[in-house]
Design a protein around this ligand. Structure first.
Ligand SMILES: [Zn+2]
Length: 264
């Protein structure tokens, strides 16, 4: 009996996928698959690159453990659960943003809803198959806002900061953080003003907001470091800066830990 059980265990391949344990909250996370393995998370297959590396995001507000399914061959399917390591998020007051961006009129609310649909649709586009692993600074300047901070605007509205802010003079060139396809290029969105979204592959997008100039049309394929626009203060902003977001299938993650001066 014992021996037959051992035998059954031996012939079933055991998933060898590598995943950090615990998972960091609010970060882009990389894992690794052995040849022949496939991994699924939140209904998506996390497709690996040639080296077996795959990527996904853990939300700023994620506290419950996350589940993954690893499949190998036809019959082996294993569920992996990982807890999430919470992080401490600071809070801040932001005063002086345009009052209508805090209490929009009925017309503005309609506009916001319309623009949200455009943004959501752009984030669902999938042309690229890369697993982006290196992100350049889009602009150099003073860090004026960190990701995930709880914010109170004009003493009223609350929200979590969805990106990373870099202050720089008006008109400073903004560069693509990694290679990818421009999936949205808008000159004047209500909250984010001049806005660009670039799809890098595996559901990873970078977003650039408050631009004074948008210089790449939708559909352009850009290389890391290509100039795509210029720093501005359009939309809900108190001064010229770049609001950079990185997301994985709509899950916002901390851009700051990903940025580097040099990519291989
Ligand atoms: Zn910001």
């Amino acid at each position: 009996m014992k021996w037959s059980l051992l035998f059954v265990l031996w012939i079933l391949p055991v998933a060898a996928a590598t995943l950090p344990d615990p998972l960091p909250q609010g970060e882009l996370v990389y894992g690794r698959l052995e040849p022949g393995e496939r991994i699924y998370h939140r209904g998506f297959e996390l497709k690996p690159d040639a080296s077996g590396t795959f990527v996904f995001g853990v939300g700023r507000g994620q506290t419950e453990p996350l589940t993954f399914v690893v499949k190998k061959g036809l019959f082996s399917s294993e569920e992996i659960t990982r807890s999430v390591q919470p992080r401490t998020w600071a809070s801040e007051q932001i005063n002086g943003v345009p009052p209508n961006t805090i209490a929009p009129s009925a017309d503005e609310k309609e506009r916001i809803a319309r623009e949200q649909k455009i943004l959501d649709a752009a984030r669902e586009k999938e042309d690229q198959t890369a697993v982006p692993q290196c992100f350049l600074w889009p602009v150099k300047g003073r860090i004026s806002g960190t990701f995930g901070k709880r914010r109170v605007y004009n003493g009223l509205m609350k929200g979590d900061h969805s990106g990373f802010d870099i202050a720089a003079p008006m008109g400073t060139p903004v560069k693509a953080v990694a290679a990818g396809r421009v999936q949205l290029a808008e000159n004047d969105l209500f909250y984010t003003g001049g806005t660009i979204l670039i799809e890098h592959g595996s559901g990873v997008f970078s977003g650039y907001s408050h631009l004074s100039e948008v210089s790449v049309p939708v559909g352009t394929f850009v290389q890391a470091g290509d100039v795509i626009g210029a720093v501005g203060a359009t939309g809900r902003a108190t001064g010229p800066h770049l609001h950079l977001t990185i997301s994985w299938r709509g899950v916002r993650v901390d851009p700051q830990i990903l940025l580097t001066d040099r990519c291989p």
